[in-house]
Design a binder for this molecule. Structure first.
Ligand SMILES: [Mg+2]
Length: 306
């Protein structure tokens, strides 16, 4: 990480008006930016795809950064438009799932996030983005129970799932799932792994709390993490709880397989449902790559860091 030398003076903000908050967001943004002397213009999204166009247009503007108010869906679109441009991104969390904001310790409260961004020194963090079939993803692709949940649950129910409920339902769902055989190719190395669920992750957190799926999954290390859940039993639940409470890497390899790589192919037989960042996918097999250091994000400088 490097400290931002220039103070931000001029930004564009993409606002998804359908994003979560009940309070009026414009006065909050306006007050923070005014106090900090930051000039801002807004682009309001009306339909899916708008944020890609806004981000592409913002790259050509004379601005210091592009801010995005919305959830992961809006953010993913903006990132698609920003990749390779070098224009820094500012995240103002507004959706129900804010994986990237959580990962980067940006407060979930808009006012708090705005105040931090506009009033404290900022630093640039470069992050990786996942890529497959000309699409991008921030958090993870998964095969198995999580994808079944995405396919079967509507957005509202999904947002109500608490962290423990998530793991209880995960174990319950895993118990019902028939084992499949994953054909994995990780940086040219082939593996056949029997298991119940497979995750290809760019970030470790689950997006609705600060609790991480695996604290060792690093959004800036240039690698994707491949995790296969081999068995579902009480030990798996214990392992999940220990991983959560102690923030340790799941080290029981009998239960969980873990690999890292830059170029990953995965297919399953019998076929399993697939999801990507909360969206159900039909296509299989998948060829997934990482784009290292794809995006620069401005985050509040951590006290004590240089
Ligand atoms: Mg990584």
């Amino acid at each position: 990480m490097t400290a931002m030398e220039k103070k931000i003076k001029n930004i564009r903000i993409i606002i998804n008006p359908a994003a979560g908050s009940k309070e009026s967001i414009l006065p909050i943004i306006n007050t923070s930016m005014k106090e900090a002397g930051i000039k801002w213009e807004a682009s309001i999204t009306r339909q899916a795809g708008d944020a890609i166009g806004f981000a592409k247009a913002a790259v050509k503007e004379k601005i210091d950064a592009l801010a995005v108010y919305g959830g992961d869906g809006t953010l993913r679109e903006a990132i698609s438009g920003l990749i390779g441009s070098g224009l820094p991104l500012i995240i103002l969390p507004g959706g129900s799932a804010n994986v990237l904001a959580t990962e980067l310790d940006i407060p979930a409260d808009l006012k708090e996030a705005c105040t931090l961004i506009s009033h404290s020194p900022l630093e640039t963090k470069t992050i990786d983005v996942g890529n497959f079939n000309q699409r991008y993803f921030i958090a993870r692709i998964s095969l198995g129970f999580e994808a079944d949940a995405v396919k079967g649950t509507n957005r509202q129910n999904k947002n109500k799932i608490g962290i423990l409920a998530y793991f209880f339902s995960a174990v319950a769902a895993l118990k019902k799932i028939k084992k499949t055989v994953y054909a994995l190719r990780i940086d040219g190395q082939k593996y056949k792994v029997r298991g119940l669920a497979c995750f290809i992750a760019n970030t470790g957190n689950l997006g609705f709390s600060s609790i991480s799926f695996d604290k060792h999954i690093d959004v800036s290390d240039g690698l994707l993490d491949v995790i296969v859940v081999r068995k579902a039993n009480l030990s798996l639940f214990k392992l999940m709880v220990i991983t959560l409470l102690k923030r340790q890497r799941p080290d029981n390899l009998e239960l969980v397989g873990h690999w890292q790589g830059k170029d990953i192919s995965v297919s399953s037989r019998p076929k399993q449902t697939i999801q990507c960042d909360g969206e159900w996918l039909e296509r299989i097999p998948l060829h997934i790559k990482i784009i290292p250091k794809a995006i620069k994000v401005l985050i509040p400088k951590k006290t004590g860091s240089v």
